[in-house]
Write a protein that binds this ligand. Structure first.
Ligand code: GH3
Ligand code: MG
Ligand code: MG
Ligand code: MG
Length: 319
């Protein structure tokens, strides 16, 4: 599947990769008040999974929040908080709601099974467990989880350049705006537009144009310094930069680095009126968020600076 490396590189680029641990086996949390039951499941899974255990609902919730597992095998009847309540609370919390829960219980009646699915359980297995069946069901749930995680990632990735897309940029901009407002920190945004790109397509052809956009995206990505900096394809031949905790001088510096990186990449553009190489124009704006402003207005101000850069002859950053 050619989709996966792209997702992987985006994950590491934006530093959200959490699977960096040396032990890459899927992590299971087994929850049961009876040690013998835990032991039975441990035997089934210890070879292929990293198994941790909890002997109460309260302990299970705490573990799911501190070290989220890939899947929970959850007993129903326990003293204190029962399995249904544990599952309900897991599903009510954004941080844990996507962890699949499989109930493992001796109460294999219709009522219990329906209730388990109602509170968000993914599957229901009865005790005494059959090792082959429980293994197969866990595997199925983990495959489905992996697929939905991948799909979720792809919703935020631009298919051509593999950088973040506009949806991703807009959502991050909104949250960074709120964060910067809370902290009284400066927030910079940039809009980067390829100069005379219509002529590039007309001369080199649309597939070459696509490849060119990939190279521009790669140069921009390579120029970012901080894990919180972000580049996104905002649309067409236009890219967005989101630079938290960055003042105007820092943003201008980064724009210079990107333009220098592009110059070193030496992408021919013989039809450009600026010179023989591909160039970009950059509009920058830095604000310290306040109630008077908005993320949209900040972006509009950067767009006005981009327009200025174009009108002053392109191949420059204004801000
Ligand atoms: P300016 O310097 O004023 O920005 O001129 P420009 O030619 O870059 O601007 P214009 O908006 O007229 O043209 C943008 C071009 O970008 C036109 C469009 O076909 C091309 N483009 C947009 N998206 C893609 C894409 O995904 N692939 C390719 N190859 N071209 C694209
Ligand atoms: Mg029990
Ligand atoms: Mg444009
Ligand atoms: Mg352009």
């Amino acid at each position: 599947n050619s989709a996966e490396p792209g997702v992987a590189s985006l994950l590491s680029q934006s530093a959200v990769q959490t699977a960096a641990a040396a032990d890459e086996r899927p992590r299971l949390l087994v929850v049961d008040d009876q040690r013998a039951n835990i032991q039975a499941l441990f035997q089934v899974f210890q070879a292929d999974y990293k198994v941790s255990m909890a002997t109460s609902g309260e302990q299970a919730l705490a573990l799911c929040r501190s070290q989220p597992p890939d899947l929970v095998l959850l007993d129903v009847v326990m003293p204190g908080m029962d399995g249904f309540e544990v599952c309900r609370q897991l599903k009510a919390d954004d941080a844990t709601k996507d962890i699949p829960v499989i109930f493992v219980t001796g109460h294999n009646d219709e009522e219990a099974e329906t209730r388990g699915l109602d509170v968000g359980g993914a599957d229901f297995i009865s005790k005494p467990i059959n090792p082959r069946i429980v293994r197969a069901r866990v595997k199925t749930q983990l495959t489905m989880k992996r697929q939905s995680d991948l799909l979720r990632q792809w919703v935020y990735i631009d298919g051509l350049t593999r950088v973040c897309n506009r949806r991703c940029f807009d959502e991050h901009l909104a949250s960074e705006w709120d964060r910067a407002a809370r902290l009284g920190a400066p927030l910079s945004v940039g809009l980067v537009d390829v100069d005379l790109f219509k002529r590039y397509n007309d001369h080199y052809g649309h597939p070459a144009g696509d490849e060119c956009l990939r190279r521009v995206a790669a140069v921009m990505t390579a120029s970012l310094k901080r894990p919180t900096d972000m580049v996104a394809r905002y649309g067409g031949e236009e890219f967005g930069l989101l630079l938290p905790d960055t003042d105007a001088a820092g943003a201008l510096h980064l724009a210079g680095q990107i333009r220098e990186g592009l110059r070193l990449a030496q992408i021919d553009h013989v039809e450009s009126s600026v010179g023989p190489l591909l160039t970009i124009s950059v509009g920058l704006c830095t604000w310290t968020p306040s109630v008077a402003g908005s993320a949209e207005a900040l972006l509009a101000a950067a767009d006005a600076q981009l327009y200025l850069a174009k009108s002053r002859g392109r191949d420059q950053a204004c801000g």
